[in-house]
Write a protein that binds this ligand. Structure first.
Ligand code: SAJ
Length: 441
């Protein structure tokens, strides 16, 4: 297609977007895609909300969603307007103007990037790709995915990215459980396979996001996201190592961090914990190091931080053993109660949760595990099948040790410190309490 036609196509698509006449599609209705689809629909776009999970689609069609931070009233509002169309029918892609891909990018068992969800979504798009389509990948992935995987697949039938259709990457930055920073006010980076694709993607996201940050390519945009999350993983690894150091020195690491963060510039606090959880921070850096390795570069920071963070659950188990020993008890047969099973406070997600790793390690060493978590009703993982109990179970005589693994706001820590058990506090939840039964990281 010649440049003028491509320019004309871009202008017509831009006008449709600006006038809200464009139809948009979001593939993948998880904690990223669902709020994005609702935001498009709230802004007046006819929004095809696509997922392969028919049960999820049915519950959304019925105005129900169990994603942290999702506003059911918003959902019911956009369903009433008819702007949100939840469906499993991928042929709807033929009728839309833009497609945002928000599918998972896990690691495989061999710790390599697993692009199978992206490939499935792109294979579906390829069936319905037409001139003027804008395709935006949002899933976190290694630098080069759009250029090396997505673009060749979409161009297989002869259409050219940047000329016949537009192709970009725009990283998701959703922080589950964060109600201050939401889809509309989190700055959005966009990078296209060419200038026109960047421009079209920028105009699309400007309709629903206050600040859009264009960069020179899709590969730069992919790298931005991985750097953001690698920054967190490495700094969490550093502060976890500091915690181990302070424990050996007999220094309170939390006091050190609180004093260090009084520095008004050049410092950003991170906090030690029982390990690194969630489906992003423990995983994303290995997408970057994997790609770097393909180019012969070994990222030592990523691997080292990964090793330090992965060792934290084992360190917590050692602290539990020390706490029990102080009472003349051993791990085998001890009743250990965990406060919190999800990977971070005030969410119910147990994916990659260090609290689950700790429960499994303790169970393997013969401890009898129970837990309380207002967000996690039960768990069945690695041979451990448990149902949540009320927090006051921790106060009963039968419990030998309580481990605070996830410091949910809902827990009553003033009550907890009255328990007879020793307490291992991995989150500084008991910062206002002292006593020889309290063991910190
Ligand atoms: N953690 C620490 N110490 C810290 C901060 C976090 O041990 O100082 C632990 C948490 O307990 C948790 C893990 O790290 O187990 C990840 O925590 P997180 O706050 O990064 O939470 P995520 O993974 O849900 O969300 C992150 C986003 N969070 C923030 O920026 C605050 C952001 O990095 C990404 O937008 C998102 O991952 C993503 O989807 O990539």
């Amino acid at each position: 297609m010649c440049v003028i036609t491509s320019y004309t196509n871009a202008m017509s698509l831009l006008n449709k977007i600006r006038n809200r006449e464009a139809s948009v599609a979001v593939i993948g209705l998880g904690y990223v895609g669902f709020p994005l689809a609702v935001e498009f629909a709230k802004t007046g776009f006819r929004t095809i909300a696509l997922d392969i999970d028919i049960d999820k689609v049915h519950s959304i069609q019925n105005g129900q969603i169990d994603i942290i931070g999702a506003d059911v009233n918003d959902l019911q509002e956009v369903l009433k307007t008819g702007n949100l169309i939840p469906t499993t029918d991928f042929s709807e892609l033929a009728k839309v103007d833009t497609i945002s891909i928000c599918v998972p990018t896990p690691l495989s068992k061999t710790h390599d990037p697993d692009l199978s969800f992206i490939v499935s979504a792109v294979d579906e798009i390829s069936k319905y790709l037409h001139p003027d389509h804008l395709v935006v990948l949002e899933s976190t992935t290694y630098p080069g995915t759009v250029e090396e995987v997505v673009k060749p697949k979409l161009e297989a039938d002869g259409l050219r990215a940047g000329q016949d259709f537009f192709l970009a990457f725009s990283p998701e930055r959703v922080d589950p459980g964060n109600f201050q920073w939401v889809t509309r006010n989190i700055p959005k980076v966009v990078g296209g396979v060419d200038e026109r694709s960047t421009e079209v993607a920028k105009i699309l996201y400007e309709q629903i996001v206050e600040t859009v940050v264009p960069v020179s390519s899709a590969t730069v945009a992919e790298t931005v996201k991985l750097f953001e999350n690698t920054f967190r993983a490495v700094n969490i690894g550093l502060v976890n190592e500091l915690a181990l150091m302070c424990s050996a020195l007999g220094v309170n690491v939390w006091e050190v961090i609180d004093a260090a963060k009084t520095k008004p510039f050049g410092f950003m606090p991170f906090y030690p914990g029982p390990g690194l959880g969630g489906h992003c921070i423990p995983i994303d850096p290995f997408y970057l190091s994997w790609k770097a390795r393909q180019s012969g570069f070994e990222s030592r920071f990523i691997e080292l931080a990964g090793a330090v963070n992965a060792a934290m659950p084992g360190h917590v188990v050692k602290r539990v053993a020390e706490a029990l020993t102080s009472q003349g008890k051993s791990l085998r047969g001890a009743n250990v109660h965990l406060f919190g099973l999800s990977y971070k406070a005030n969410v119910g997600d147990t994916r990659e949760s260090p609290a689950v790793d700790i429960a499994l390690l303790l169970h393997d060493q013969g401890a009898v595990i129970s837990y309380s978590d207002p967000f996690v009703t039960n768990i069945d993982q690695g041979g451990l099948k448990l149902t949540a109990t009320e927090p006051d179970v921790a106060l009963s005589d039968g419990i030998d040790c309580v481990v605070i693994t996830t410091a949910h706001d809902d827990f009553n820590y003033s009550d907890l410190v009255k328990c007879k058990a020793v307490i291992v506090d991995t989150r500084n939840a008991l910062k206002d309490f002292q006593g020889d039964r309290i063991f910190r990281l």
